[in-house]
Design a binder for this molecule. Structure first.
Ligand code: NAP
Length: 242
């Protein structure tokens, strides 16, 4: 099996790439800027005994996604498991948010997911099988103050997931979304202490999750055991109430 993980140079994406490799899949490790970190992740995957290479692409760019899929097909083969994990935040209050701040997040998180799905589907339809797992967020399910751009993008990812699941089910392609709460990565490391404290109060399990927690769920959805699951949004948040 050949898997492609976007945003795999660090954080949740890096943990997913490592977990899929541990499960025996060949992995395309996609990064935008951090080549060295992506190469380290690909090397760790190879240590698990699978083929793995790092590929550079900006998922918000139409040509970038098409060229990426061509490069992965040429060097590893057609992608059978797509994990749309790349994502950004540009937090701020709505009344002070610039249009650029809003659209940058929509472009990376939502349009990027659409472009990657569109680029990978011809191979999956031809193979009459495939797995797509989209990273959304608890903020996209429940909303979160200071994140109208991010929550809108992640709610959009949910709508895309539910619709695409219906569109491609007849080809035995499953499409699901994973919705993490607060996970310890660079994305949450920048949160102010009072925001972290408030988050901890709202998490039933009383702690942030680890990237590996999300990786295990994602790997399950990519596995044969999850063949009958499609069109679902699965929250992994330690019982977070936003
Ligand atoms: P992170 O540590 O900030 O890493 C984000 C990754 O996405 C990086 O590898 C980054 O690559 C890549 N990326 C961003 N924009 C990209 C673009 N336009 N094209 C290609 N790659 C791009 O984030 P994380 O915390 O691991 O989050 C991973 C995913 O989980 C995101 O979709 C995020 O929204 C979601 N999520 C995270 C949390 C959390 O608490 N951490 C909670 C809910 C959902 P470069 O570094 O090369 O730019």
């Amino acid at each position: 099996m050949i898997a492609l993980v976007t945003g795999a140079s660090r954080g949740i994406g890096a943990a997913i790439a490592r977990q899929l490799a541990a499960d025996g899949m060949d992995v395309a490790v996609v990064y935008r800027r951090e080549q060295e970190q992506a190469e380290t992740v690909a090397e760790a995957c190879r240590q698990a005994g699978v083929r793995s290479l790092a590929f550079q692409a900006d998922v918000a760019g139409e040509d970038g996604c098409r060229d990426l899929l061509s490069a992965v097909r040429a060097q590893l083969g057609p992608v059978q498991v797509l994990v749309n994990n790349a994502g950004i935040t540009r937090d701020g209050l709505c009344m002070r948010m610039s249009r650029d701040q809003f659209t940058a997040v929509l472009d990376a998180n939502l349009t990027g997911t659409f472009l990657m799905c569109r680029a990978v589907l011809p191979d999956m339809v031809k193979a009459r099988s495939g797995r797509i797992i989209n990273m959304t967020s608890a903020a996209g399910v429940h909303g979160n103050a200071g994140q109208v751009n991010y929550a809108a993008s992640k709610a959009g990812v949910i709508g895309l997931t539910l619709s695409l699941a219906k569109e491609v089910a007849s080809r035995q392609i499953t499409v699901n979304a994973v919705a993490p709460g607060f996970i310890e990565t660079d994305m949450t490391a920048v949160l102010a202490q009072k925001v972290r404290d408030a988050a901890l109060e709202a998490i039933a399990l009383g702690r942030f999750g680890q990237p590996e927690d999300v990786a295990k769920l994602t790997a399950f959805l990519a596995s044969a055991a999850a063949a009958y699951i499609t069109g679902q949004v699965i929250e992994i948040s330690g019982g977070l109430k936003l």
